[in-house]
Design a protein around this ligand. Structure first.
Ligand SMILES: [Zn+2]
Length: 485
């Protein structure tokens, strides 16, 4: 456990140098639960406040924050994904009342995601209690949601949106600039410029770094230079480009499933991935490369997010803006049904013939996808297609790793459906993208701290960074480690 506080250290040749202290409270040698406690120049800041989603780390979501939330000067979000914002309502419930800074689209997306998360947790808790009652199972703890809808609603008024590339003054010594990270709509890398007795020290939190040339999404910004970089490493050991264009892979999988007369079920993240899938399916529909089959987007949140994408078109890449203006709008096409109500969701089961069913959550940890999996996973004509990262310990990862049988809603289901995966869909850059992103910096940073990646990814990325730039010191801190610079 660390003790928060403001420290100074003496450096002989440069007079007083302010220490920059970072405590890693999540996404440390694993992927979810991004939370970094930053102490610098008299400020105590929390960068992201994400939810842990790997089964073995879920208890961390319930642990009290290892600092006093009321003593924080501010919270800053890189982007709206649940693993970056999902425990904010707990911070507010524990007394944090100050502004939470982020980009403008992130305000809207984070609002949706927190409210959706509260609703899913309430629903899951209710469903679990009902199941326990029916089966006579005695749970060791009371089954309650991590936070309620009301607690999530209390968080919303604190969310404040800012533009990219416009420095904000946090105090006399510290400026913050949001830079495009190319990951979802409105994602940011955070550039802190800390004035240390006239010398500017630059600290960058990469946030989640996207791929270049993705549909819908702008490319990540090229950052000139930094002294210290906290960098994600999700795909530090992989190369997406080996697998060919995702739209071609999608076309093959849809047509193969259609020939077998099965359904195609796609667990999808509601933010960005759902819209990107729609974009690619619309390409196939407009080009007549797949048969006329119904396409269900069964996620009220994905439907809401799609509306936000349409409202914040100016944040997308130029090509998409043009499609919206001209013809073939990528988020609306023949055959697509956007499903909100529970009744309509249940009715999908009654559909005869091949359908494409997209639903969330993306790692099958909750939500409506679990019902679609139960309805489809036992039939060998169906395909379950993974288009996103599956963290260790999630239901999605069990299925993807070839489990013969999985547990869903307290029952065992044999896995007979075809299991497929498309890698290139990732909202995260691969090893080459990450190296290129760092390569834009000149001079190179002295310190790179890898986060948001399993140990193997971080290790592979460390080796490839050091193969190019031997002088960069690279660390991969564990949970609750504090580093000082
Ligand atoms: Zn993300």
């Amino acid at each position: 456990m660390f003790k928060p506080g403001y420290h100074k250290r003496q450096v002989l040749t440069h007079g007083i140098v302010m220490a920059i202290k970072i405590t890693f409270l999540g996404a440390s040698q694993q992927v979810t639960g991004s939370r970094y406690y930053l102490e610098a120049a008299g400020l105590k800041l929390l960068i992201d406040c994400g939810m842990f989603q790997e089964r073995q780390y879920l208890a961390r979501n319930w642990a009290p924050f290892p600092f006093d939330p009321q003593q924080l000067n501010g919270v800053i979000l890189t982007h709206a994904h649940l693993d970056h914002v999902g425990t904010l309502p707990r911070l507010i419930a524990q007394g944090y009342k100050k502004p939470i800074l982020m980009t403008e689209p992130t305000v809207e997306l984070a609002t949706l995601i927190m409210l959706d998360s509260a609703r899913i947790q309430e629903e899951d808790a209710r469903y679990k209690r009902k199941r326990h009652k029916k089966s006579g199972h005695k749970a060791p703890h009371p089954v309650t949601p991590l936070y309620t809808t009301e607690e999530a609603q209390h968080t919303v008024p604190l969310l404040k949106g800012f533009e990219y590339n416009t420095p904000l003054t946090l105090n006399d010594h510290v400026q913050l600039t949001f830079l495009e990270a190319g990951h979802i709509l409105g994602p940011a890398s955070l550039l802190f410029e800390i004035n240390d007795g006239g010398q500017i020290r630059k600290l960058v939190f990469s946030g989640d770094i996207g791929q270049n040339d993705k549909p819908l999404i702008s490319d990540p910004a090229k950052i000139d230079t930094a002294d210290i970089v906290i960098m994600e490493s999700t795909y530090g050991d992989r190369n997406h480009k080996e697998h060919g264009p995702v739209v071609d892979q999608l076309e093959t999988i849809i047509n193969d499933t259609y020939k077998r007369g099965g359904n195609l079920v796609i667990p999808t993240f509601a933010v960005e991935r759902a819209q990107e899938l729609m974009y690619h399916i619309s390409e196939l529909v407009y080009a007549d490369l797949i048969p006329d089959i119904p396409v269900f987007m069964d996620s009220p949140m994905a439907v809401d997010v799609t509306e936000i994408f349409k409202r914040y078109r100016s944040y997308m890449d130029q090509e998409t803006i043009k499609l919206f203006q001209e013809y073939e709008p990528p988020l609306r096409f023949p055959g697509l049904s956007l499903v909100r109500s529970v009744e309509d969701s249940k009715a999908i089961k009654q559909h005869k013939g091949t359908a494409i069913i997209m639903s969330s959550s993306g790692m099958c940890t909750g939500g409506r996808i679990k019902h679609h999996l139960k309805n489809n996973i036992t039939n060998p004509n169906n395909t379950i297609l993974f288009v996103g990262y599956q963290a260790n310990g999630t239901l999605g990862q069990h299925i993807l790793r070839g489990a013969k049988e999985v547990r869903i809603h307290g029952q065992r289901w044999p896995v007979n459906a075809n299991i497929a995966q498309i890698q290139g869909f990732s909202g995260h850059g691969d090893q080459e993208d990450l190296i290129n992103w760092l390569g834009n910096m000149n001079p190179k940073p002295k310190h790179v701290i890898l986060t948001h990646g399993e140990a193997d990814s971080a290790k592979a990325l460390t080796q490839s960074i050091n193969a190019k730039w031997q002088d960069i010191s690279i660390k991969n801190p564990g949970y609750q480690t504090t580093l000082e610079f």
